[in-house]
Design a binder for this molecule. Structure first.
Ligand SMILES: [Fe+2]
Length: 161
């Protein structure tokens, strides 16, 4: 029963990672053929993609930061170690997203490309780390009760979206 909660919670976060990776791929493809003289070809796509980040990815970060990480920090701490690294990376992603949003709004393709060169590999690596290190660690360490609380909190965050 509780094992199901654990599987459901990590599955949900992993699936959201897959959606992000898919979108990053598409953004990369659009950016690859984008032309400075033709913002119509890339700008609306990027605006939509950034909306997805603003809404869905922000909710995803929240589920990690407010549900999963607090449960895990009991075991691995928060000031240093994997959670500190993940939180720091979430902050970096948010500030790069802000820059991306500004440069898209300004139709500044050169700046979009330069932010993208940092953002895309950073977020991809971050997802790999969470999927392959952090989640397995949590799956191994948290108790059944802790998982059921994490599951409950994630559900509440989903509902509040
Ligand atoms: Fe994540």
């Amino acid at each position: 029963m509780t094992n199901q909660i654990k599987v459901r919670a990590t599955e949900e976060l992993r699936q959201e990672h897959q959606s992000v990776l898919q979108l990053l791929n598409e953004m990369n493809r659009v950016l690859g053929s984008a032309d400075t003289s033709d913002a119509v070809a890339w700008k609306p796509f990027f605006e939509n993609a950034l909306e997805f980040f603003k809404r869905d990815v922000a909710t995803h970060f929240k589920k990690e930061e407010d549900a999963l990480f607090p449960a895990l920090e009991k075991y691995v701490g928060r000031e240093s170690g994997p959670i500190a690294v993940m939180l720091n990376e979430h902050q970096q992603h948010n500030s790069l997203l802000k820059e991306l949003r500004e440069s898209v709004a300004a139709s500044d393709l050169t700046r979009v490309r330069s932010v993208w060169e940092n953002f895309n590999p950073q977020l991809t690596m971050h997802i790999v780390k969470e999927d392959s290190v952090l989640f397995p660690m949590a799956e191994h360490m948290l108790t059944e009760e802790e998982w059921s609380r994490v599951g409950q909190q994630m559900e509440e965050i989903n509902k509040a979206q």
